[in-house]
Design a protein around this ligand. Sequence first.
Ligand code: NAG
Ligand code: NAG
Ligand code: NAG
Ligand code: NAG
Ligand code: NAG
Length: 263
Amino acid sequence: MEFSRIFMFCSSVLLLCSSLAYGQAASPPAPAAMTPTPTPAPAPAPAYVNLTYLLAVAGPFHTFLNYLESTKVIETFQNQANNTEQGITIFVPKDDAFKALKKPSLSNLSDDQLKSLILFHALAKFYALADFNDLSAKGPVSTLAGGQYTLNFTDNSGTVHLDSGWSKTKITSAVHSTDPVAIYQVDKVLLPEAIFGTDIPPTPAPAPAPDISPAADTPAAESKESGSSPKSSPSNSSSHRIMNLGIWSQLVLAVLGGVVLLF
Ligand SMILES: *[C@@H]1O[C@H](CO)[C@@H](O)[C@H](O)[C@H]1NC(C)=O
Ligand SMILES: *[C@@H]1O[C@H](CO)[C@@H](O)[C@H](O)[C@H]1NC(C)=O
Ligand SMILES: *[C@@H]1O[C@H](CO)[C@@H](O)[C@H](O)[C@H]1NC(C)=O
Ligand SMILES: *[C@@H]1O[C@H](CO)[C@@H](O)[C@H](O)[C@H]1NC(C)=O
Ligand SMILES: *[C@@H]1O[C@H](CO)[C@@H](O)[C@H](O)[C@H]1NC(C)=O
């Protein structure tokens, strides 16, 4: 009897540990994104390229696409793609690039500034990757944001670098590059000097920023009740208990089985 009590104690400690570990492992929703995103290849009609669709399925470019839609710049881009001889070249930062933006944040830009910033990510002409070699000799290149919103390009043996003053980045992949429409993925959001000024911080700095989320210790403390915590926290203690009971009884059975076998 003493023996099984010790067993039960040990197993309950084990159970507690494992359930804690399980809870922690399970709490972050996990990026999921199992979809391999093959990037659409069909393209039956060469004429019309649906930019919204293209950006929605590639990427992830959701942040950029949201800005395109909220500023209505998507219509300008689509019009340029549909109705001009020259076509369009768009530089698209991934969602991560927007998340990495801290110092000059986009949050306090006016609507007009935001619109210009998004327009700044496109050139009013189709450029294949090979064309950037020529473009780099040309000095500042105007963007769709107009006038003083310019980008400098350099082609380093095939790698195309972009410089806005604030943002030095490069083309990391071609999302689409067929005559009227070129879409290239870039590492950073392009911040124009025309908005942020020429007071560029000297070095980006490796950004130490510990920023490690606590994760481990959750105070918990069994929040009384009354609304509060929507998810994450142990939600329903009663269902928890029931589950634990289920596992418990199985465990006890297993231990008992083991004891029986032993003797
Ligand atoms: C473009 O694609 C978007 C997203 O798939 C869709 O909602 C929209 O209807 C399409 N536009 C046209 C003109 O086909
Ligand atoms: C672009 O062309 C498509 C297909 O012809 C059309 O549905 C869409 O409205 C056009 N968009 C613009 C902005 O011209
Ligand atoms: C954003 O706000 C801060 C402080 O309110 C200000 O210093 C900065 O100039 C603003 N940025 C822009 C781009 O307006
Ligand atoms: C772009 O190049 C021009 C000269 O070609 C230079 O004067 C200017 O400072 C450059 N701009 C940036 C942001 O590097
Ligand atoms: C938690 O339990 C309460 C009753 O005890 C029930 O009304 C509620 O739906 C449960 N919530 C969840 C998430 O199971």
